[in-house]
Write a protein that binds this ligand. Structure first.
Ligand code: IMP
Length: 203
């Protein structure tokens, strides 16, 4: 079964392709020749993920899923949240985003934070949502060189290493994205096996 991942991020596509196995043929936006900018201006992660998935589904009629991720902090009432990529400005500068976050948290007592990924799936015309969360805290100084985004200042709960000090395999065992995609994978696998076992004649 063909399914579109509404993304052109090759790392994410490769990661998800590995996870989904061969019951599904994963197509990127490039594969379906959709190279225009997909709107991403909703106020929630759920809204954005659905907006992207609906945009592709309405344009192509295909099965599709889209993801959206944010870093949510307790002291800032969930910010940067849906604004994580552009927290310090339109150019999506991770270093500036971290500087802004550290400055805003400087005098706060709580440094609790979590990454949250939401995936919206449209399969045979029906909408489904999946969520993955990793809890942790924002430390006061950057540690580590791996990963991307807020990884150098995110310390997952119960761990000694920040996301930027872990290799990708280690991060993927506990990450928000891995957890959300595990939910999607379980759902799609069950769906594919039900389809396979449906009798060709139903009275
Ligand atoms: P996206 O929805 O996956 O594009 O994520 C939006 C923004 O959240 C990114 O631009 C990053 O700033 C941040 N982000 C998402 N996932 C991660 C992660 O695994 N580590 C650090 N930052 C992340």
């Amino acid at each position: 079964m063909e399914i579109v991942f509404a993304s052109n991020n090759l790392n994410k596509i490769r990661e998800i392709n590995n996870v989904l196995g061969n019951s599904f043929k994963l197509l990127s936006l490039k594969d379906i020749c959709m190279e225009e900018d997909i709107p991403e201006n909703e106020a929630t992660l759920e809204g954005n993920a659905l907006l992207k998935a609906r945009f592709i589904h309405n344009a192509t009629g295909m099965n599709v899923f889209a993801d959206d991720t944010g870093l949510e902090t307790e002291a800032l009432n969930g910010d940067p949240g849906v604004h994580s990529a552009r927290f310090a400005g339109e150019n999506k500068d991770s270093e500036a985003n971290i500087d802004k976050l550290l400055a805003l948290l400087e005098k706060k007592t709580s440094r609790k934070a979590r990454f949250r990924t939401v995936i919206a799936l449209i399969l045979d015309g029906k909408e489904h949502l999946f969520e993955g969360i990793v809890e942790g805290e924002i430390i006061t100084e950057r540690r580590g060189k791996m990963g991307f985004g807020y990884d150098p200042v995110f310390l997952p709960e119960g761990r000694k290493l920040t996301f930027a000090e872990m290799d990708l395999d280690e991060k993927n065992k506990i990450s928000h994205r891995a957890r959300a995609f595990a939910g999607l994978k379980a759902f799609l696998s069950e769906y594919a096996s039900e389809k396979k076992s449906t009798p060709y004649y139903n009275k």
